[in-house]
Design a protein around this ligand. Sequence first.
Ligand code: PGA
Length: 256
Amino acid sequence: MRTYIIAGNWKMHAGPEAAKTLTGELLADDRLYSALGTRHSVVVCPPFVSLAAVRAQLADAGVGLGAQNCHAEHHGAYTGEVSAPMLVEAGCSWVILGHSERRRDFAETNESIGHKAVAALQAGLRPIVCVGESHQERLDGVTTTVITRQLQGIADVVGADRLGGLVIAYEPIWAIGTGLAATPEQAQDVHATIREALAWYTPRTIPLLYGGSVTDVNASQLFACADIDGALVGGASLKAASFAGIVHAAVEAGQG
Ligand code: PGA
């Protein structure tokens, strides 16, 4: 049986009240339960301020809780920041790192993302580290170069011995929030490249998620690809029915 990781990235949506409602709707959807209590992982990543509300609502349902960022230091004079151990204390087991929106808006680099990943691993979080090329880079035919450079920059900081603790999400920037998902062939192609590049560093099989306009309509085709082990879902994770549909698609794909 293949196992999948389905993670919802709520981005800057859903304060505590809305997060409670969305979590309640998700838990009321029967399709979620085929994945819970199995080896599949279902994770929701609300904004920091909504973590407590979502944690309380999830109780012991078996859905993982994640954050969307953390600082590379465990504590200190870093106004406005949140550390990995604080996230663990808040009930998180996962953290998304290096999302292209953070690379773009907060000048995150492969090196800084690597340091955050180390902090997350030290605290006991499972980092979902994002890589992906821009539309122009794809047009220029440098996708492989860009992705391998990103992986190398991160791996150099994380180190081969710790790299096996990561989850990598391939998120082509042109597919994020555009409704234009990569085709299964395009995604599989890059995932195979990532798989090969990572094998150079570690013998551990690192789960590779695809992200970028994943919906309950296109998920099955993506999950059928040999090297796609799940999805990082943005927009569709804000609708309980769509997210539950994606989870269901993973369960079906897992049954082969
Ligand atoms: P999207 O976002 O599913 O809305 O394209 C994915 C992401 O940014 O993680």
